[in-house]
Design a protein around this ligand. Structure first.
Ligand SMILES: Nc1nc2c(ncn2[C@@H]2O[C@H](COP(=O)(O)OP(=O)(O)OP(=O)(O)O)[C@@H](O)[C@H]2O)c(=O)[nH]1
Ligand SMILES: [Mg+2]
Length: 388
């Protein structure tokens, strides 16, 4: 998943990391002392335990991970850490005392200026665009990285790529978590039956996503009803029926060519009568450019007044998916999106862009053809995937 994006972003963090490394200068080392810390067991007596030694030593060294070097380095005027562990005599270990250790804490720092970042950020923007991230989103991400890195004096340890990676992580996280909506919370608290309609263009995975969502909610203990609202495509009703039978949920269906709004209405009546919790309505796939079919979709949504409308598209469609999401959102205000086929998507751009462009969250990622291949979308989880 998203391998190409991972590769491009890691290329960026490495090359900017290298640049920072070259630019970083050592700063006046600070001299510190380790406090004398006796080991006291829970019974109050000194013990021979040693683990605290390590902790205490690390505390001296600072979280910038200074490089440990030999004492002879001191002569060169750069840095040294007299390792507290190394200086411990068996005697000291026995009494459980950490030795007093002098440490020169080696630190380097850098300040990045606008001009240092010009080229790397341009490369980053190209990498994002080539990963199918929409232009405005790519700009927002590079801008966030710029404002995090430019100007401030930063201390660094050994690994300069961490600083760049963190800036990129923060930028991606901010872009993706702007519109958070927890569907599970919503369903838990909403008046039942909750009615959710799935919309999108042909073949993107609406029906499959309905089956996956139905299974997910059923596994959570809810009773679910499906409405076979795609009365348009031959075989669509039977396809939903097969999914319903496999997952073990009721399917309300009419004849092919019937009025989708009437099917959805019946499904809601059935759900109310049987005290079902959730109705998931399928709709026919339609191009956002087909005005007649989009009008029909508006009608279905108006008549059945769903609680939520979910836009389904495939991640592999990249920027096209982003554009379609925006168009569907104009016709029937969507509450969120499901991105399918992320298992086959190397670029990852649609996932990053859709939420930002529509202002509506991504709810799930479809990650395969099995019923359990539905991943609840969490911005942090997603960002972790990219940098794993
Ligand atoms: N690899 C993969 N395939 C998927 C995923 N979701 C759906 N598919 C496949 O995509 C194809 C189309 O899925 P459908 O659910 O029929 O799509 P649809 O949007 O309902 O299509 P129409 O009803 O024709 O508009 C099927 O072969 C699915 O198995 C996914 O997350 N990963
Ligand atoms: Mg379908």
């Amino acid at each position: 998943m998203f391998n190409k994006l991972k590769e491009r972003l890691s290329g960026f963090t490495k090359s900017l990391g290298k640049q920072i490394d070259e630019k970083a200068v050592p700063v006046e080392p600070a001299q510190e002392e380790v406090a004398e810390i006796p080991f006291v067991s829970s019974s109050g007596s000194e013990t021979e335990q040693q683990p605290l030694d390590d902790t205490a030593t690390e505390n001296v060294i600072d979280d910038t991970e200074p490089q440990k070097t030999t004492v002879s380095d001191l002569n060169t005027g750069t840095k040294y850490i007299e390792d507290a562990k190394a200086s411990k005599s068996p005697e000291q270990k026995k009494t459980g005392l950490v030795s007093k250790a002098k440490a020169l804490v080696f630190e380097r720092e850098f300040i990045l200026e606008e001009k240092d970042l010009e080229e790397p950020l341009w490369d980053l923007q190209i990498a994002l665009l080539e990963s199918d991230i929409a232009l405005t989103v790519a700009e927002a991400i590079t801008e966030a990285v710029r404002s995090e890195l430019v100007g401030s004096r930063r201390k660094i340890g050994k690994d300069t790529t961490n600083i760049v990676e963190q800036a990129l992580r923060n930028a991606l996280y901010d872009v993706m978590s702007a519109n958070v909506f927890d569907l599970d919370d919503y369903v838990r608290n909403a008046k039942k039956p909750v009615h959710i309609v799935f919309v999108g263009i042909n073949g993107t995975g609406k029906t499959t996503s309905i089956a996956k969502t139905a299974k997910r909610f059923k596994d959570m203990g809810y009773s679910v009803v499906l409405a076979a609202g795609d009365t348009f495509r031959a075989g669509a009703i039977d396809q939903l029926q097969i999914h319903g039978d496999r997952v073990g949920v009721k399917v309300i269906r009419h004849q092919e060519g019937g009025d989708p709004a009437a099917v959805v209405y019946d499904a809601m009546q059935y759900a109310k009568a049987h005290k079902a919790d959730i109705v998931l309505s399928d709709t026919a796939g339609r191009m956002h450019t087909n005005l007649n079919l989009m009008e029909q979709l508006k009608k279905v949504c108006r008549v059945s007044a769903p609680d939520l409308i979910i836009f389904v598209d495939e991640a592999v469609a990249g920027n096209d998916a982003v554009e379609r999401a925006a168009q569907f959102n104009e016709a029937v205000p969507i509450n969120g999106s499901i991105l399918t086929k992320t298992d086959a998507d190397a670029k990852g751009g649609a996932a990053i862009s859709i939420a930002y462009i529509t202002g509506k969250p991504i709810l799930f990622l479809g990650m395969g053809q099995g019923y359990d291949d539905l991943q609840k979308f969490e911005p942090k989880w997603f960002v972790d995937q990219i940098f794993e």
